[in-house]
Design a protein around this ligand. Structure first.
Ligand SMILES: Cc1cc2nc3c(=O)[nH]c(=O)nc-3n(C[C@H](O)[C@H](O)[C@H](O)COP(=O)(O)OP(=O)(O)OC[C@H]3O[C@@H](n4cnc5c(N)ncnc54)[C@H](O)[C@@H]3O)c2cc1C
Length: 405
């Protein structure tokens, strides 16, 4: 229940970050608080410039997440809210379905556990398939067994962010593009957001800065760890003639030995078929090509002991991923484990995304969403996948919590 005394003190709010989570938070604040003024600060010249505009576009159904955790609950609620929103706005949404395919008896066993977990998480329509049933869903796919999630869907998250921003503007919100928040200072009441041009006081500030979230947290006096360590994900696109060999999404069974999933096949809402993403350390938090090296970002993780702990613990994964980085052939071979008929298919380089993955000092990756609050400042410190799926629910959760006391 919101605290009515607190609600009455909140007249001016700022959101730092114009990705899907920041814009969703701004919209939620405006719909929950009468007469509130909301300003979004986005350092780029457009919304959705980083993770939101460089992701796989999948509306995850919530198969894998620890029951009761934020990912599990906010993902399911997020799907509900997203479906409602895209329905109202007539934005594209395709429930193309997803197969998670096991190739070995050991993977089959792990898949049974995922199936059980998806049931606990309330994922609709999931069922286990035997080898022959796989072909009924994906005629060219092979495997020992598979989990089918028919309601896993695809969307365009940048388009959704822009539609959410239209609501913010219509309700009188300000969106300041090209305005980097250079500092965020807590005050006894409220906080000050500074840019190179000005400084403004707010009653409540929510920072949804994605790849820069630890830096903003540090600026407010919070610990710098968990640290954002950037891992890029490269995509390739299947040539037109091979595109129709896959109908929806085909994923491997996650392996606890590897921190990232491995190459998979993802249909895109515009009809393209993507291979990837792989996962490898990036030479910059916002670097979308090898040529773009950000020395400050590289020093930030190379001087962080957690990164070296992570590297030591994950040598086999680094080798696996590196092979897909340097060899397009190896990349396609990974996908061919699930769809052998892709042999010889033409692939073209696609986009690259960089994950804002928070890492602990011992090198472990922070799994769940982390949302920290100190007085009138809320910081989204870890919102990896399924962060876009969950964005409207994350916004609902942040605003509920911020209005509590
Ligand atoms: C390769 C990849 C694939 C993914 N696939 C999926 C998927 O299929 N489904 C899914 O649900 N999730 C997926 N995700 C995760 C999803 O993209 C993120 O969870 C989500 O986009 C996070 O949104 P955000 O608004 O927090 O971050 P972002 O979209 O990164 O936005 C943060 C914004 O803050 C701005 N900013 C930073 N610092 C400042 C500052 N100081 N002042 C002003 N502005 C600032 C940045 O410019 C940026 O625009 C994927 C992510 C990646 C990288």
């Amino acid at each position: 229940m919101p605290n009515t005394a607190r609600v009455s003190t909140i007249k001016r709010c700022a959101v730092i970050g114009g990705g899907i989570i920041g814009v969703a938070v701004a919209r939620e604040l405006m719909s929950r608080l009468d007469g509130v003024q909301v300003t979004i600060y986005e350092k780029e010249d457009r919304l959705a410039a980083h993770q939101t505009g460089h992701n796989s576009g999948v509306v995850h159904a919530g198969l894998y997440y620890q029951p009761g955790g934020l990912k599990a609950t906010l993902c399911r609620r997020g799907v509900e809210l997203l479906q409602e929103f895209v329905g109202e706005r007539d934005l594209p949404y395709e429930a193309c379905g997803k197969l998670v395919i096991a190739q070995t008896p050991e993977e089959s066993k792990r898949l049974d556990n995922i199936f059980a977990r998806s049931k606990v998480n309330g994922v609709p329509g999931v069922r286990m398939l035997g080898a022959s049933q796989i072909r009924e869903v994906e005629p060219n796919a092979v495997g020992l067994s598979a989990l089918h999630s028919p309601e896993t869907a695809i969307v365009d998250y940048a388009a959704i962010t822009n539609a959410l921003a239209d609501d913010v503007r219509r309700a009188g919100g300000r969106i300041r593009l090209g305005q980097e928040a250079t500092s965020l200072e807590q005050r006894t009441r409220g906080a000050v957001v500074r840019t190179k041009d000005d400084a403004e006081n707010y009653d409540l500030v929510v920072a949804c800065a994605g790849l820069q979230s630890d830096r903003l947290a540090k600026a407010t006096g919070e610990p710098a760890t968990p640290r954002i360590v950037p891992f890029f994900g490269q995509y390739f696109l299947l040539g037109r003639e091979a595109r129709d060999q896959v109908k929806g999404l085909i994923y491997p069974v996650p392996d606890p030995k590897h921190p990232f999933l491995g190459v998979h096949l993802t249909k895109r809402i515009d009809g393209e078929m993507m291979l990837g993403p792989n996962a490898f350390i990036s030479f910059g938090r916002e670097s979308y090509s090898w040529r773009n090296v950000n020395v400050r970002d590289v020093l930030n993780y190379t001087l962080f002991p957690g990164f070296w702990n992570f590297a030591r613990q994950n040598v086999p994964s680094a080798v696996r991923e590196f092979q897909t980085v340097v060899s397009r052939k190896k990349f396609i071979k990974e996908a061919m484990r699930f769809v052998p008929s892709l042999e010889g298919a033409k692939v073209l380089p696609g986009t690259r995304g960089v994950r804002a993955q928070a890492m602990n000092g011992d090198g472990s990756l922070v799994d769940d969403f982390v949302i920290a609050r100190r007085r009138d400042v809320v910081l989204v410190r870890n919102a990896p996948s399924p962060g876009a799926t969950s964005s409207l629910a994350i916004a609902e959760y942040i605003v509920q919590e911020a209005l509590r006391s």
